[in-house]
Design a protein around this ligand. Sequence first.
Ligand SMILES: *Cc1c(COP(=O)(O)O)cnc(C)c1O
Length: 230
Amino acid sequence: MTQASFDSAAARAAVLARIAAAARAAGRDPADVALVAVSKQQDWARIAPVAAAGQAIFGENRVQEATERWTGRRDGLELRLIGPLQTNKAREAVGFFDVVETLDREKLAKALADEIQRAGRAPRLYVQVNTGEEPQKAGVAPREADAFIAAAGRVYGLEVEGLMCIPPEAEPAGPHFALLAQIAARNGLSRLSMGMSDDFETAIRFGATSVRLGSAVFGPRARAAGDAAL
Ligand SMILES: *Cc1c(COP(=O)(O)O)cnc(C)c1O
């Protein structure tokens, strides 16, 4: 199957139905779970039908790839950065993204705070928690999350909207989602970005308020480069 022949608009509709069913099964309002369509490494031929069908929130994991893809095409859309952010890209990220989901260290908090001050514009922010404490993965350690969230506000004046996690691939995701929900609750945060194509229904059961779906919406990614950044 070529990239263009995948019916991404139909896939999105199917995914929205599954999100709604999972929310109802958990006794939740389907309107409280947002679909973030992860368009990284996808051809525009697959993205355009999804945008045309009314999808308003898109996720990207690289600043440069995102600006190349979305500049001039983003009217009325919300763009979220869901990949690691280097401090030397903080200016570009603050200028471009509506939401940054990967705040995970003080150096980045400071860089974002400086750029927000400078730009007079602030993306909404999520703190990424490395729930599996995987050395290769970004995110604050669970035991450091409370202090980091507090410091983001107290020291850097950043308002944190919620938490984000990417569970280890080889483990059941449920306990990681539960841990993220627990950390959010004790810090007074109500937004949880968790759940990907393979586990979003579980994430919704544990309280996800947004799910980040790439392949379930757009089909397999065209370019493999960058997957290692996960
Ligand atoms: C790529 C990516 C996703 C989407 O992954 P799928 O398995 O294709 O749904 C979600 N979250 C993050 C952080 C990603 O990098």
